[in-house]
Design a protein around this ligand. Structure first.
Ligand code: GAF
Length: 382
């Protein structure tokens, strides 16, 4: 029995019916584009969040976590936005979103065990909503494909938890495959697996958790999103995806310099995603480096979602010879990534640690991120 199965038996007093898992993600490039109908290119981590679950006959949802002290207990019929807060709102949100979509979800005991760092911008929340939704879909025989589950999980987070996210994280968690990044066109929902296997090219993709806390449900993310929506209305386009980056004077109609910078980020980031996809499909992963670094500059200066710790990590990695580096995820803290020659991974990590020590920051945690499989049904328990 795996750890999560044993814990389930200890907590609930009987074995689970199965175990499901969903990964954290790293967004290689394409940040703050998903809610602008734009492009993104995430991949799944090899670190997963697992849930062990079993149906109950009394309609109650009982939620426990191996990492969090407080659990929750609520009848499925009482689920509504605001009914729960904290980590338990995420799996509960998946049950709510499935019932809102017209499916029957009865009671359930569910235990979460996460190896995805929280608050690091690696989308532990999407791993939680996706793994929980997958368990519910299987246990209650709901006919949903992976894209449906991603939409359910996105709805759980945006409508039940109240974080106005796009579709990036849940789509990555559900649809990613090993050795590839996942190109997403968030307008059409078209996805494409793009070869991205750094070790096969003598490269390493370092993830550097700066441990600078970020709070997504904070106003900043929502403010960026509504600024983009307002700008699109002012420019008379359905979404910033439709702004022509090459038409002279396009941004002149925008009310202020800050809004122009926000729009410039989104427009140029979309172009960087397409160029990254072209290079990866052409077997030229090293050439992606400068695009990552340009993305960081844009997020730092135009979109203003970086943080001193992340800038320090990016600068130190680049000085130590990284091919490119950037903030990843929503920002305001969290994780940086650096694409490095594999033989430089250690010296690059050491350089980032030294820079953090020099700046008096909490030591970062770095690891090599390997593009891995999306969510899965791990096992049934006999
Ligand atoms: C967060 C959101 F959840 C995503 O939808 C996306 O907007 C991302 O920030 C920024 O690219 O992870």
């Amino acid at each position: 029995m795996s750890g999560v199965q044993e814990s389930f038996a200890e907590v609930f007093g009987y074995p689970p019916e199965g175990v499901w898992a969903a990964p954290g993600r790293i967004n290689l490039i394409g940040e703050h584009t998903d809610y602008n109908d734009g492009f993104a290119l995430p991949f799944a981590l090899d670190r997963v969040l697992s849930v062990a679950a079993a149906r109950r006959t009394d309609g109650t949802l009982r939620l426990r976590s191996r990492q969090e002290p407080r659990g929750a207990e609520i009848p499925v019929t009482d689920l509504e936005p605001g009914a729960l807060s904290g980590w338990a709102a995420y799996p509960a949100g998946s049950a709510w979103a499935l019932t809102r979509a017209g499916h029957h979800v009865g009671g359930m005991d569910l235990l979460v065990d996460s190896a995805v760092p929280t608050g690091a911008g690696l989308s532990s929340s999407a791993a939680m909503t996706c793994a929980s939704a997958l368990a519910m879909v299987h246990l209650y025989g709901i006919g949903s494909d992976r894209s449906d589950i991603a939409r359910t999980a996105q709805r759980a987070e945006s409508e039940f938890v109240g974080m106005p996210c796009g579709t990036l994280d849940q789509t990555a968690a559900m649809l990613a495959t090993g050795g590839h990044a996942l190109f997403m066109d968030t307008r059409s929902a078209r996805t494409e697996h793009v070869p991205f296997d750094p070790p096969a090219h003598g490269l390493a993709l370092l993830a550097i958790d700066t441990r600078a806390p970020h709070r997504l449900v904070d106003g900043e993310y929502a403010q960026r999103r509504s600024c983009c929506e307002r700008a699109a209305r002012t420019l008379g386009v359905p979404a910033l995806r439709d702004v022509d980056p090459h038409a002279a004077g396009t941004l002149d109609a925008l009310p202020d310099e800050r809004t122009r910078r926000r729009v410039r980020h989104v427009v140029t980031e979309n172009e960087r995603v397409l160029e990254t996809v072209r290079l990866l499909n052409a077997g030229q992963p090293r050439e992606v480096g400068p695009l990552l670094t340009a993305s960081h500059a844009s997020l730092r200066d135009d979109y203003e979602v970086s943080a001193p710790e992340v800038d320090t990590a990016v600068d130190a990695a680049l000085e130590a010879g990284a091919l490119g580096a950037r903030i990843t995820g929503a920002g305001f803290g969290g994780c940086a990534i650096a694409l490095v020659e594999a033989h430089r991974a250690q010296s690059c990590t050491a350089a980032v640690r030294d820079a953090f020590r020099g700046a008096g920051f909490t030591p970062p945690v770095a690891f090599e991120a390997v593009p891995s499989a999306g969510a899965r049904w791990v096992s049934t328990v006999p």
